[in-house]
Design a protein around this ligand. Structure first.
Ligand code: AHG
Ligand code: MN
Ligand code: MN
Length: 336
């Protein structure tokens, strides 16, 4: 029997009816993310040529200014998402405030807001290591046809209608959820098509990988320090393996497939952790829960945190369920 190859485009349409609002607009929105991902992928793949074809700040051969890749990715996602009449506002790591789209036109029925980290792991670009894009989608809470407002963006993660990421790795993959499991699609770069390669992705309940920037160890709460020591102890399945890429998307992707935990705790230098709640932690937390994993700040479920500002940071502990619960147990016992 030959397996039917399903493309991302086909999958989005075929699964449209399982989505509770099912108007076709979300499908169209996901399709524009798919398109922008391909364009950004093409540029990411050329990153190593920057010294040859011109550095950032230079003018390239077509007379266009070379842009930093995170700015380029930001522009491409915003342009692509703006073109279709679906999104009324975008918040991005690269923009101080949210971008409103045509939302003052009373005939405008755009319902969705998108929050995005256009290029995650940007310190890895120059050294040819995987980077990613993270996105989170909500329905606006204010009426359509009125100007989009900050409160449309400051929704709890549990209100997300879809979320996902693109990982520009040895292969480029797009992984997303609409609240009905997690599916992963791999890009065939020769023809520019994403194919379903990882259906129904799930975290193993237990894992043996821990991912944390141990350079910050001295700074961590006592509960986290004790947990790291626990990972290193020799007993049963332990010691665990330490793996840290420094691109949340890539670290999360590996841990979801193999079983593991990612930690970015708070410390005295980062009193609320480093990662941003709205466009890094919440979308990854939604994917984690949809894949039978778990996500919290060590005490509170990530998606229950009430957002107060666009670029808010939170401590982030995410991964295989039993591992995250173990961290929570250590936090209860040893706390700060
Ligand atoms: P970004 O490139 O979007 O600013 O995100 C970087 C984030 C995340 O991807 C990564 O896991 C973490 O920062 C790494 O931080 P440290 O270098 O402090 O470990
Ligand atoms: Mn990031
Ligand atoms: Mn970024």
């Amino acid at each position: 029997m030959t397996l039917k190859k399903q493309t991302l485009g086909e999958f989005i349409i075929e699964n449209q009816t399982s989505f509770k609002y099912s108007s076709g607009e979300l499908s169209s929105l996901l399709n524009s993310i798919r398109l922008a991902a391909k364009v950004v992928n093409h540029e990411v793949n050329k990153a190593g040529l920057v010294d040859i074809i011109g550095a950032v700040g230079d003018t390239n051969i077509q007379g266009e200014d070379q842009q930093k890749l995170d700015v380029y990715a930001n522009d491409k996602f915003i342009q692509t998402l703006t073109r279709r009449n679906i999104v009324c506002g975008i918040a991005s790591e690269e923009e101080d405030s949210f971008v409103a789209i045509n939302s003052i036109d009373e005939n405008n029925q755009n319902k969705y807001v998108v929050l995005i980290d256009p290029l995650d792991g940007s310190s890895n670009i120059d050294v040819n290591v995987s980077v990613g894009t993270i996105f989170s989608i909500y329905r606006r809470v204010t009426p359509t046809g009125t100007p989009v407002q900050l409160k449309d963006f400051l929704q709890k993660g549990s209100e997300q209608v879809a979320a996902g990421y693109v990982v520009y790795g040895t292969s480029t993959m797009l992984v997303y959820t609409t609240g009905d499991g997690v599916n992963g699609f791999t890009l065939n770069p020769a023809i520019g098509t994403f194919y379903l390669s990882h259906a129904n992705m799930t975290f193993p309940e237990n894992g043996n990988i821990y991912s944390v920037n141990e350079g910050n160890y001295q700074d961590f709460p006592l509960g986290i320090k004790k947990y790291i020591k626990y990972c290193q102890e020799e007993e049963g399945e332990r010691p665990y393996t330490s793996r840290y890429i420094g691109s949340l998307v890539s670290d999360f992707h590996r841990n979801m497939i193999k079983g593991g935990i990612y930690l970015y705790p708070k410390g005295s230098r980062n009193p609320n952790g480093k990662l941003r709640l709205l466009y890094e932690c919440n979308p990854i937390a939604f994917l984690a829960e949809q894949a039978n994993g778990k996500s919290s700040d060590g005490v509170t479920r990530t998606m229950d945190v009430e957002p107060t500002e666009l670029h808010q940071r939170v401590p982030f502990i995410c991964g295989s369920k039993n591992m995250v619960e173990k961290v929570e147990e250590f936090m209860r016992k040893f706390g700060e």
